[in-house]
Design a protein around this ligand. Sequence first.
Ligand SMILES: C[S@@+](CC[C@H](N)C(=O)[O-])C[C@H]1O[C@@H](n2cnc3c(N)ncnc32)[C@H](O)[C@@H]1O
Length: 341
Amino acid sequence: MVDHIQERLKRDFLANEGTKLVGGVPRRAIPASLMYYENGFERWRDVTSGPQFYQTRVEIELLEHYGAQIVELIEPGSLLIDLGSGEFRKVEPLLDALEATQKDVQYIALDIAPVPVEEAISRFRKRYQHIQSTGLWGTFGDGIEWLKKLNFSGPKWFLSLGSIFCYSDLEESVTELTWLATNAIGLQDRMLLGVDAETNRDVLWASYHDVEGRFERFISGGLQTSNKLLGHDWYRPEDWEISSVFVDETNQEIGHAIVIRAKHDVTCDPLGLKFSTGEEIRWISGNKKGPSTMRKIFTAAGFKELASWKTPSANFYEYTIARDQDGDGQKGPAIEFPYKV
Ligand SMILES: C[S@@+](CC[C@H](N)C(=O)[O-])C[C@H]1O[C@@H](n2cnc3c(N)ncnc32)[C@H](O)[C@@H]1O
């Protein structure tokens, strides 16, 4: 896991060539896995337990409301793998609905943070008779390698709750789904994806700018973890100001990015880092996408949509998708950017 995060830091943060823009500003991407590593998950739990952080609440509402319909699609003998499982309270309504059907299935919680995996598995082992639960501590790549070795021949369900996949821009979303399709998702497998489509700026702003500063602590804590992994204290909280912006990019409803701005010149010679006063690092915290945008992504990544559900009280969607075997599944409008996967 350390290797994975270090490699991502070097590739996306240290070796940034400024070619990719977020809201018109070159971006140094900060790997999401860094933010949750070590105590990062506890800081994230703090964010999700805040009253303004609607994303967790509305996805739980959806899974409580439509869980019985969703699990009708899951065949007995399936293996569910929860990619970035996080807190058990999100997936639990879905598993409760599945248990009620008495279908025997396996559930795998995979996360880079060990604590939520342990909590979920010890809880689910007591709670369910028909669901056999296992925990995996590792990266998505580790989980996929583990699955290959398992050589499971039945249907697999890949869960991506909490906008884990497809939270970034369209190009990256297509790349991520294509990676999964190439390495793990077979023709008989399914994926359940929760994706936020909220566009109300006030609601979004409140969720990322809680008065207690939970979100800021999450960001700052992740950057401090990077000091340890890179072996140099390049990030000192007093040198940086953390704020955020809405970014307008094509092919998404609205984007929100965290802005980390240098208060004065910051250099870190061993890492070859040099930031001038005012220079920004932008980290996408969420690109909100509605159904028509998601269909473009599914089509471009070779998937078709089988079903979708919307949270009754909010703009949050859950999609079930499968590999598009004949390539003529849901045809979204042609995708409008030059992308390579
Ligand atoms: C936004 S949270 C979502 C958690 C949960 N699925 C939910 O909806 O509440 C992202 C989760 O993915 C995990 N994660 C992030 N990057 C990962 C990676 N590369 N490999 C494995 N887990 C990762 C984090 O530790 C965190 O628990």
